[in-house]
Structure formats: C-alpha cells, structure tokens
Design a protein around this ligand. Structure first.
Ligand code: NAD
Length: 498
C-alpha cells in the first residue's frame, strides 16, 4: 500500500507517525493509499523549514519571484492531465471537472505572476517642508493554509501562489481525503526551481491544524472547509494573535423569475446542482421559483433531466457526475433525503436506490429532486453537500429575497431573469458575498476576490485577487525628511556632520 509523504525543506519525507488515515477510490470503495498523520514535531519541522527560507525569499526582488511563478505555471499547464487523473482517482469527480478546477487554480498563479505591480505602493511628495511619505506592503513571514477535500488542487492554489509571490513562505495542510494531487503539484513547484522550504506540505488532522494555529512563527492562516471548523480555526487562531481568513460552508439559492427562459434555467441548475455530485461550496442547492406557475414549469422541466443524469466513475468520459467522497458522507446525504421525506417535502426524483453495475461498493448517490420544501425543514437549513436539489416556492420576489437574507449562510446566489430592474435590485439588496445574474455559479475570476458573507466567511479578507494580496502582506508607511543635502558642490575640508 502506498504511503503518502510530506514535503519539507525541499524534499519528500515520509512521516514516522503511528497514526494514519486511509485514502479511498470513491468510485470503487477500495483503499488506494495510507496517509500518515504528521506528529507535532513534524509540523514544527515544516514551520522551521519555512522560517529558515523566509528571510532570503522575502528580500528577493519581486520580479525574480515572479519568474519562478511563470515556470511553475508552465509546468502546471504541461502536466494538467496527470494532475486531473490524480484528483479524480481520490475525489471521484469527472476528468473534465478536474481539468476545470486546475484551470481556475492556474489563473491564480497567472495573477501572482504580476506581483511586482501588485506590491507597488503610494508616494506623496512634499507632505511638509522637505518631507515625503511613501507606503507599501511587506510580507508577513511564515503563513499556512488548511484546505478541504472538494478542490484538492484549486483551493491550495487560491492561497500559496499569492502568499509566496508576495514574499512569504508557506506550510500547506491539505485534506486527508485526497492528498495526492497537492503532492504532485508540490513536485512541479520544486521542479520550477523555488528554493527549499518556500513551500512545505504536511498531512494530518486536528493535531496538525492545532499545531499550526498555536505556533508563534506562523503569522497568518487561510482556512477553507466546513463552517463549524472554520469558526473554530478563526477563534483559536485569532486568540493566538494571528491573522485568519476562514471560509466555511454554504447554502446557495437561485431565484427563478417568471420571465426567465426555463430551458436555460434548467440547464444552469443541472450543472450547478449536480456537477461534482453537489460537492461544491458554490453549488446551487435551492431553486426558488417566483409564483406557482413558474414553479410548476420548473419542476416539469427539471424532472426528466434529473432522471436521465449520467452517473459514473471518472473513467467514464460521458459521466455528468461521480460518487460522493466517503461511505460516511454517502450515508449522511441519504439521511438528509430521508429527513426531507419525513418532514413533508415532495420527493420528485429519489436518488437513494441508485446502483451502478460493477461499482456496487462505490459511494454513489443518484440525482435527487425535492419540491415544496419549506424554510423550517432540515434539508433547507443545513448544507447537504450532495446531489440533492430542492425547490422552495416563493409567492413573490420580495419573499424570495427575504428568505435568502435570513439564511445563516451567504456564500453565493443567483437570479435568472430578463428584467434588468429585478436583476439590479437583487444585486443591490441581497446579503450574500457572490452574486450571479443569469450566471449560476458566480465564482469570481482570479483578479477579483472570492468570499461569502455571514457564516460562510470568518475574518475580514476574502481569498485570492486583491484581497489575497492584502491578507498576506502588511502596510508600512515611511515618512522622510532630508533637511540638508550636499548639493552645494564638492567640499574638500573635513566635515562636521552636525
Ligand atoms: P472539513 O471542515 O471537514 O475539513 C477542512 C479541513 O479542516 C481539512 O484539512 C481537515 O483536515 C481539517 N479539519 C477537519 N476537522 C478538523 C478539526 N476538528 N479541527 C481542525 N481541523 C480540522 O471540510 P471538508 O469536508 O473537507 O470540505 C467540505 C466543506 O468545505 C463544505 O462545508 C464546503 O462548503 C466547504 N468549502 C467551502 C469553500 C468556500 O470557499 N467557502 C470552498 C470549498 C469547500
């Protein structure tokens, strides 16, 4: 059985931990690797390696750091298919979906290549007699990232390219579920020629995370994962005086106005609801049609599409979606479907009995569609993170908006309409961080920033883009006065400098 190593001080190192977790192929249910859970000492070594590299790396001209990033980007492009296969094997998502995830990660590397420009500061001449002021941003030192299973390549790439280009060194703690893609990407990072210790990867669980949160040399933590853990990471990290951005879970609604093109709406909902088996923090899990007639048309249009979803392993190039991540998660999603039925929602398409010949031990859940869901039901309140789309019928636009604004999560949302006024009001009034107008999954491009509101983000900064630069740097403002110069010309006698 393969044992997955860490990457510390420029080399792959196998952990000597006595604790480990198992990595599965979710399409077959077979164990494919063993993941040692790093000890406190091993995490400390990773931080020490990052610290040893930090000074020289931080002092290097940004243009030189950017050249390493260019090389890294070229290697990611050249190896994109191998990385995608690694993601699919451990995560279960389709090959095309894995390619899409890496492409969005590479965009952040491209953004980070512009670091000389991004770090430029401000200058004011003559703020007083012979006094000038300038301010710019400097790296923090050692920073760390803790990432979730659902985007094993993209989410780490949301973090370290920007942190490192800005002059920091990094310790990454990836998800235990699919740790191989981050390691393959680390190999490419090393091949790009970055100095040893600039990027370190340690695998582990709560013990490793707590060690990073408490370590005095780690100056900032980026976390992406479920809301309870995000909240925990935020409070423990900030209590230790660190800068923390902790992105959490979601429950994303899409309002369907009566004037929307129903075929386009259904296509958008199929991709946003069932793509990646619903395991995306920007997945749409709630469709909110406005008016009974809109709702009837929506459910009628969706039902045959959900029934004919093609579900399979990532090796099936025609599959629309794959399995969910673990056996436990499969059972959890099934439990949510049971609870929806028990609490009175109308089960239009039932994915509980889905079976795939030859993959009977895989963690598959069939596409599921609920109608007449209400806001007091568990399947409305909680994040399911599976291929379950629910329809909640709103009587009018105001009720739909009110519903979204009252939900505890505020990651993403969308409206489908042909009415510019409704779209504009929605973008203005909705209490959600990322908004789509006729765009179902409004994940911002790399040169904007990603982040939700309410219990979808703890901390003051969104991730990547300009907010990423701010998060990984701190402002320094220098005021200078040069009262006397030597501009009177050459002086040949010995000078008293006072
Ligand atoms: P998770 O919270 O279980 O794990 C995330 C990370 O936290 C992992 O690295 C894990 O090892 C670590 N962790 C787990 N338990 C811990 C504990 N008790 N103490 C400290 N660290 C711990 O999340 P997941 O299941 O891997 O990912 C799915 C969740 O992530 C969903 O809720 C999804 O919405 C969310 N997510 C959010 C975003 C976003 O941008 N807001 C993006 C992707 C995923």
């Amino acid at each position: 059985m393969e044992r997955i190593s860490n990457a510390v001080a420029g080399e792959r190192r196998l952990s000597s931990s006595s604790r480990s977790s198992q990595v599965f192929n979710p399409a077959t249910g077979e164990q494919i690797a063993e993941l040692p859970l790093s000890t406190v000492d091993e995490v400390n070594e990773a931080v020490a390696s990052a610290k040893a590299a930090a000074k020289e790396w931080g002092q290097m001209p940004p243009l030189k750091r950017s050249r390493y990033m260019f090389k890294f980007k070229e290697l990611l492009d050249a190896n994109i298919n191998d990385i995608a296969r690694e993601i699919s094997r451990e995560h279960g998502k389709t090959h095309d979906d894995a390619l899409g995830e890496i492409a969005r990660g590479i965009e952040v590397v491209e953004f980070a290549c512009g670091i000389p420009h991004l770090l430029k500061g401000e200058f004011s001449r003559n703020v007083g007699p012979q006094v000038d002021t300038y301010s710019d941003r400097q790296a923090l030192g050692v920073v760390a990232g803790i990432t979730p299973f659902n985007f094993p390549a993209m989410v780490p790439l949301w973090m370290y390219p920007i942190a490192i280009a800005a002059g920091n060194t990094f310790v990454l703690k990836p998800s235990e579920r699919d740790p191989s893609a981050p390691m393959l990407i680390w190999d490419l990072f090393k091949k790009a020629g970055f100095p040893d210790g600039v990027l370190n990867v340690v695998h582990g669980d709560k013990e490793a995370v707590d060690t990073l949160l408490d370590h005095p040399d780690v100056k900032a933590i980026s976390f992406v994962g479920s809301t309870p853990i995000a909240e925990y990471v935020y409070s423990r990290g900030t209590a230790k005086g660190k800068r923390v951005q902790a992105l959490g879970g979601a429950k994303n609604h899409m309002i369907v106005m009566p004037d929307a093109d129903m075929n386009k709406v259904a296509d958008a909902l199929m991709g946003a609801g069932y793509g990646s088996a619903g395991e995306r923090c920007m997945a749409i899990s709630m469709a909110v049609p406005v008016g009974e007639e809109t709702a009837d048309r929506l459910v009628e249009t969706l039902k045959p599409r959900v029934e004919s979803l093609r579900i399979g392993p990532s090796t099936d190039s025609d599959a629309d979606m794959g399995p969910v991540i673990t056996k436990a998660h499969q059972e959890k999603v099934m439990g949510y479907i049971d609870s929806g039925v028990a609490q009175g929602a109308e089960l239009v398409v039932d994915g509980r009995n889905f079976n795939l010949q030859g993959y009977e031990n895989g963690y598959f859940v069939g596409g599921t569609l609920f109608d007449r869901v209400t806001s007091d039901m568990t399947i409305y309140k909680e994040e399911i993170f599976g291929p379950v789309l629910s329809v909640l019928r709103a009587k009018d636009y105001d009720e739909a908006v009110d519903l979204i604004n009252k939900h505890e999560y505020g990651n993403g949302t969308a409206i489908f309409t042909r009415d510019g006024d409704a779209a504009r009001s929605f973008a203005n009034d909705i209490e959600v961080g990322m908004v789509g107008v006729n765009v179902p999954i409004p994940v911002p491009v790399a040169y904007h920033s990603f982040g939700g509101w309410k219990r979808s983000l703890f901390g003051d900064h969104s991730i990547y883009g300009p907010e990423g630069i701010r998060f990984y740097t701190r402002l320094k403002t220098v005021t200078t006065r040069w009262p006397e110069g030597i501009k009177d010309g050459a002086v040949f006698n010995f000078q008293n400098l006072e």
